[in-house]
Design a protein around this ligand. Structure first.
Ligand SMILES: Nc1nc2c(c(=O)[nH]1)N[C@H]1C(S)=C(S)[C@@H](COP(=O)(O)OP(=O)(O)OC[C@H]3O[C@@H](n4cnc5c(=O)[nH]c(N)nc54)[C@H](O)[C@@H]3O)O[C@H]1N2
Ligand SMILES: Nc1nc2c(c(=O)[nH]1)N[C@H]1C(S)=C(S)[C@@H](COP(=O)(O)OP(=O)(O)OC[C@H]3O[C@@H](n4cnc5c(=O)[nH]c(N)nc54)[C@H](O)[C@@H]3O)O[C@H]1N2
Ligand code: SF4
Ligand SMILES: [Mo]
Length: 673
């Protein structure tokens, strides 16, 4: 029996594979206590489907790939990297790598090549939550843990479809609600999602307007005398400025901005005022927005204004990927360094320089991935190395991304053949979870050791080993002496000593274990300059876009992102294809559209075809799942702009103006898809 963390969502369930190759939930694991959802069950069946078994190379993109040896692949890379200035290279990583993989890649780029030209798909995901958490608490560790669910009485899901995106966590919430009659679940979303359907209260907000709604809740809290002034005095700063902003949003104003009822705002304020313990969960409906950091801050403000931390509640950002938290610990975004350090901080840089035995870690954060796309088109970045992510499908403004991928010398390090491979010069086959060993950190800071239960497919290698072997060839054996993943973990863990995310006392045999305790700020001392938590004025910016509909994008229940894994399972594809768009039946009626019709979603000259499904989507909005690879037609990310939140630089993947035209009417004899 081998145990490991689920390779899919950030709940971070502990799983095991039994001697008959069946995947089960691990009863010993604190994240799921034996529970499991459908996605990982099919893992053994899909592990060998559509893999790349050997390194592949072509000098020019017009040629066919030829198989090459690892030695040749490393030589090509060493030559390329030596002939370019480090600023002409760029590395794009992923929250689905192991912590060991990320640590070595990050050291290779920031410590050895000495450039901060590195980012991760977390930029599209958690960057906003990270920014807001740091502004409010001084660090981005989530303040509480899953155990807090078990004695809470009020749960707010805002911009989160946890019932499908974090199912085991959502089941834990529903269990608590069954146990406690007065417990209440509130969902705020423009779409009546599965989460909304299973909630007691559903508030159907207009997309992009959460900051106005949450400011108004603060307004009501203040008007009704429900602010916890003692908490504010003792533990926070910035309340007055935050309130001044909130004063712009009396309920009648916010109700009209958000297209909700004033009672809805009052109801949420009352929940913050009167519940025993309130946890607010949020995810991409808040993060992926040009107003994202402000949405996050407006929500955190409510917790601080009512003292809802620790025993009284928690603002809980749900992490998307299985190891985005590990990526944060290792500092894989363009500004990070291991142990929650930052390149902009001189003492953080000095520490890492001494620790690694290198000089000259750059002090400027590198460009983010969407900025890097522009730099490729300006020919300032000439080599792009993509590890464990599929930007040809998942980045916004795909026309532009595809031109950049065409132009750059592209290295793709992936376990499967994916759409990004079509643009590659060099493909490096990577071992996936189950074929390698190391650690991952789930949403509530619990670290799990993942055992290997299968030999790597073909000649594929663990990601950390690929960077290590290349570094050795490039003369950096002293910096990369690792013979095993355990050597890497031992080094990483020493870098965290004395830091908030201190894991120096842990070892593989002591996992799973959580760093930071159940409550990260149990003593209400915060790692900010003043030691206090900070409320911020949450400024509302109206999202505007041309088009008759607001296109929202998001997730499918049984598929994982760009489908390289889950797409290989017929059981998991069932009900998810053909690619569809959810539409309000009344909107559809006005356009003469019936359920099952094929429609074209248009933005300027860009067109994407989808089949209509009726659903309770807010009027004037449509919802299309992203992630369908090219074999299913044009990806929906063609229709998204690369506009970003100014603070986190996270793109707005939840708001794009489009029009909808009927392409073909559905013939009832065919049955609904
Ligand atoms: N099945 C499955 N689970 C997954 C994943 C997967 O691919 N498939 N991916 C994982 C990853 S990496 C992530 S990041 C998470 C994402 O998990 P979620 O963020 O929960 O999923 P999304 O569907 O992206 O978006 C959540 C909801 O935000 C709503 N929304 C859009 N705009 C707004 C807005 O302006 N305000 C509010 N209040 N709501 C809005 C959408 O209607 C949607 O229902 O899921 C993780 N879990
Ligand atoms: N429109 C729209 N776009 C979005 C979003 C949205 O809500 N709407 N959400 C965004 C978010 S939150 C996220 S997280 C991204 C996700 O987007 P991506 O990261 O592009 O999606 P994945 O399909 O998870 O890509 C992971 C890749 O890693 C490979 N892989 C798996 N295991 C390993 C391994 O161990 N090593 C290596 N080297 N490769 C491996 C897989 O085969 C796959 O190609 O999409 C973003 N894009
Ligand atoms: S809830 Fe998330 S971590 Fe748990 S089994 Fe499902 S996909 Fe895996
Ligand atoms: Mo994500």
């Amino acid at each position: 029996m081998k145990t490991f963390q689920c390779p899919y969502c950030g709940v971070g369930c502990g799983l095991y594979i039994d001697d008959r190759d069946r995947i089960k939930g691990d009863f010993e694991h604190p994240a799921n206590r034996g529970d499991i959802c459908k996605k990982p069950i099919y893992l053994p069946k899909i592990m060998d489907e559509g893999r790349v078994g050997r390194p592949l190379y072509r000098e020019s993109k017009r040629e066919n790939f030829r198989e090459i040896s690892w030695e040749e692949a490393y030589r090509i890379l060493a030559d390329r990297l030596s002939s370019l200035d480090p600023s002409e290279t760029y590395f794009y990583l992923s929250g689905q790598l192991l912590t060991e993989d990320i640590y070595v890649a990050n050291k290779f780029v920031k410590g050895f090549l000495r450039t901060n030209n590195i980012d991760a798909n977390s930029r599209l995901c958690m960057a906003t939550a990270v920014t807001a958490y740091k502004m409010a608490f001084g660090s981005d560790g989530p303040p509480c843990s899953y155990e807090d669910i078990d004695d809470a009485d009020t749960f707010l899901f805002i911009g989160s479809n946890a019932a499908i995106a974090h199912p085991v966590l959502f089941k834990r919430v529903l269990k608590r609600r069954r146990e406690l009659e007065r417990a209440v679940v509130i969902t705020i979303d423009p779409v009546e999602t599965e989460t909304a359907k299973k909630s007691d209260v559903f508030i159907q907000i207009r997309a992009g307007t959460d900051t106005a709604f949450l400011n108004s809740v603060l307004y009501v809290l203040h008007r009704e005398g429900w602010i916890d002034f003692e908490f504010i005095e003792k533990y926070t700063e910035g309340f007055e400025e935050a309130l001044e902003q909130a004063r712009k949003f009396p309920p009648e104003v916010a109700a009209s901005v958000c297209d909700v009822r004033e009672e809805d705002i009052y109801l949420v304020a009352e929940a913050f005022a009167k519940s025993k313990k309130l946890i607010s969960f949020w995810c991409q409906g808040l993060n992926q927005s040009i107003n994202g950091t402000m949405k996050n801050l407006a929500l955190i403000n409510l917790h601080l204004a009512t003292g809802r931390l620790n025993g009284k509640g928690c603002p809980f950002s749900l992490t998307g990927q299985p190891n985005a938290m590990g990526g944060r610990e290792v500092g894989y975004l363009s500004n990070g360094l291991p142990g929650y350090r930052d390149v902009r901080n001189p003492s953080d840089r000095r520490f890492m320089e001494r620790f690694w035995g290198v000089e000259g870690i750059r002090s400027e954060p590198g460009p983010t991935i969407t900025e890097a796309v522009d730099l490729i088109l300006e020919e300032k970045i000439k080599l792009l190395w993509v590890v464990c992510t599929n930007p040809a499908v998942s980045l916004p403004n795909l026309d532009k991304v595809h031109s950049a991928l065409e132009r750059v010398f592209l290295v793709v390090q992936d376990s499967y053949w994916n759409d990004t491979c079509e643009y590659a010069n060099l493909i490096l086959p990577a071992a996936q979870l189950g074929e390698k060993e190391g650690t991952m950190t789930g949403s509530d800071r619990t670290i799990t050791y993942c055992e290997k239960f299968k030999e790597p497919y073909g000649e594929s290698k663990p990601d950390w080993l690929i960077f290590t072997e290349l570094a050795k060839l490039m003369g950096a054996k002293r910096l990369f002496p690792y013979r095993s993943n355990s050597d890497v973990f031992e080094e990483f863990k020493r870098s965290t000593e004395g830091r908030l995310c201190d894991v120096s006392g842990l070892s593989y045999d002591k996992l799973p274990a959580r760093w930071g305790g159940n409550w990260l700020y149990g003593d209400l001392r915060f790692p900010t300059e003043s030691g206090r938590a900070r409320l911020h004025p949450a400024k509302f910016e109206v999202a505007t876009e041309r088009g008759e509909f607001v296109l929202i994008t998001g997730r499918l229940k049984n598929q994982w992102h760009t489908m390289t894994k889950t797409g290989k399972s017929p059981q998991l594809l069932k009900g998810e294809i053909p690619p569809f768009v959810l539409m309000n039946p009344e909107d559809a009626l006005e356009l003469g559209i019936e359920e099952g019709d094929e429609v074209v979603l248009c933005k300027g000259s860009k067109k994407v075809v989808r089949v209509v499904r009726f659903s309770n989507v807010k009027r004037g909005h449509i919802f299309a799942p992203f992630g369908y690879p090219k074999e299913f037609g044009e990806p929906v990310n063609l229709l998204l702009t690369d506009r970003v939140d100014p603070y986190s630089k996270e793109p707005d993947l939840k708001y794009s103006g489009v029009s909808v035209k009927v392409l073909a009417h559905h013939r009832p004899s065919e049955g609904l898809p």
